[in-house]
Write a protein that binds this ligand. Structure first.
Ligand code: FAD
Length: 472
């Protein structure tokens, strides 16, 4: 028999449920495919940095699979419709009997998979797996069998389930007793790519595992104290690997519990576990509410907010030229590295939506186009949280003050100075309000004055939300 593994966002050999299932029969011939869909990726705003990260990991996956006697092919088509045809042709040519793949939970992806299963009928047996989550979407529900709309009870129910039974990791497949024909050379897909800083994101599955191990040894125990300070390296930085599946959440959970067995009981590491559960929450929500994949807010009345269309201010936000140092430093970190600290994602998202009154979907799209860890569920969840349009979001009348956020989480401006060298001469006391210092000198800084007055913007935003709410 010939078994095909269709790799998508699961670019690893360890703890890969579809790969392990395909390899279970030692006599089967196992082949693998990855189908690049540039047109679809463009529609989903996949960032050139994530494309590069995928390409680099496809190369290392190609080698690890070849070492195990499994050949990986890369095909390239336009969109998801064409990928169904591509798979069909491939299966005929390779005489595939069974297809193994790990579910993706976004709407277009689920439609594509349904079309594949339909096209194959009984010719090729298809098996899908809930691999990118700790617990399958739909399996953690309220007493009424509904998806939770609030995170805390979801998290409690989730932890209870984990205490009853942990999802197990599966091992990497053994070396198969076949000699591969000379392995094919991979041809890179046709999609813009942008270099990845490998000091921040080392390439390879083993590197990701090492980073996880290192983080779970000590930093995870200090996470609750350090995670909010962007100048400190206090978080795991594993999101890029989790987003394309170089690492699985089960590997994260087991490594955490190995080092900190009390994490499930609220002991050391519990707060980090909670972040992994936020990731699950947003994935489970996508499946329960497909409208989240269709650019719709969870709370319908918020669609009536009269967003401002101010291209100049939107560009100032994108480029990190708003005159609010913490916002600008964060946006420059994003533009330069493809990653942004979680506290700052909340700050800049709030600023775009609540200070500039620009539609959260513009920010969501821009983030996707830059992030190395771009992930529809987490990104949409984060934006709808910040915009107060989502489940269990910040109430719309709670508005971050960008200056105070900077003062609280980057008191001495260490992070700001790292990304805004033009403020290096500004004393600590004025690092969050450099224009005040410049006026006092007086001197001219090579840095913009604030593009909005926060107090006025706050009043205008509250009014705009209020009008929208009343029009319900
Ligand atoms: P850690 O703090 O070490 O957390 C461990 C893992 O838990 C992360 O790698 C991530 O997979 C998950 N996680 C942590 N926080 C969250 C969260 N709030 N929601 C969902 N998962 C979480 N995360 C993405 O992976 N992709 C995105 O596209 C994305 N967009 C975001 C947009 C906004 C507006 C906001 C507010 C948050 C967004 N996040 C996103 C969540 C979070 O900011 C990142 O996951 C985190 O900063 C990644 O850094 P880390 O790996 O060091 O996280």
């Amino acid at each position: 028999a010939t078994h095909l593994v269709w790799f998508r966002n699961d670019l690893r050999v360890n703890d890969n449920l579809a790969l392990a299932a395909a390899c279970r029969d030692p006599h089967a011939r196992v082949v693998a495919i990855f189908i690049a869909t540039a047109h679809q990726w463009r529609q989903h705003e996949m960032s050139p940095r994530q494309a590069e990260f995928i390409w680099l990991h496809l190369q290392s996956l190609h080698t690890s699979l070849a070492d195990r006697g499994i050949e990986l092919f890369i095909h390239q088509v336009d969109g998801f419709d064409e990928s169904v045809e591509c798979l069909n042709t491939f299966c005929e040519a390779q005489q595939v009997d069974a297809l193994f793949y790990n579910y993706q939970y976004e709407l277009n992806e689920r439609r594509r998979d349904a079309a594949v299963e339909k096209a194959f009928g009984s010719n090729v047996i298809c098996q899908g797996f809930d691999d990118s989550v700790l617990l399958p979407p739909g399996s953690v529900t309220t007493g009424n069998h509904e998806m939770y709309k609030v995170f805390t009870p979801f998290s409690k129910a989730f932890i209870k389930r984990l205490r009853e039974a942990l999802p197990e990791c599966v091992t990497a497949p053994k070396i198969r007793g076949v000699i591969l024909p000379e392995t094919n050379k991979l041809t890179v897909f046709d999609y813009p790519r942008q270099p990845v800083d490998e000091r921040l994101f080392p390439i390879g599955e083993q590197q990701a595992i090492n980073q996880l191990r290192q983080f779970c040894r000590q930093p995870v125990a200090d996470y609750h104290e350090l995670r909010d300070f962007p100048a400190v390296d206090g978080t795991s930085r594993l999101s890029a690997y989790l987003a394309i599946g170089v690492l699985s959440p089960r590997q994260c959970l087991h490594r955490l519990l190995k080092e900190h067995p009390q994490a499930l009981e609220g002991g050391a590491g519990a707060i980090w576990l909670n972040e992994l559960i936020w990731r699950e929450f947003y994935r489970h929500l996508l499946v329960a509410y497909p409208k989240l994949c269709r650019h719709q807010p969870f709370i319908p009345w918020t669609d009536n907010v009269a967003w401002r269309q101010d291209e100049t201010q939107f560009i100032a936000w994108q480029q990190g030229c708003t005159g609010f140092p913490i916002v600008d430093a964060a946006m420059r970190q994003l533009n330069k590295t493809g990653w942004m600290h979680n506290r700052l994602r909340m700050v800049v998202a709030s600023f775009l939506v609540k200070d500039l009154l620009i539609d959260w979907r513009c920010g969501e799209r821009y983030f996707m186009s830059q992030l190395i860890d771009g992930d529809l569920a987490a990104n949409n969840g984060g934006w709808q949280w910040a915009a107060s349009t989502g489940t269990d979001a910040a109430p719309y009348f709670r508005i971050f003050n960008p200056t105070t956020q900077g003062e609280r989480f980057d008191a001495k401006g260490e992070f700001i100075r790292q990304w805004l060298p033009e403020l290096s001469s500004v004393p600590d006391k004025y690092i969050h309000t450099p224009w005040v210092w410049a006026d006092k000198q007086p001197l001219t800084l090579d840095y913009p004055r604030p593009i909005v007055d926060h107090k006025q913007a706050r009043i205008a935003t509250l009014a705009a939300y209020e009008v929208a709410r009343k029009s319900e």
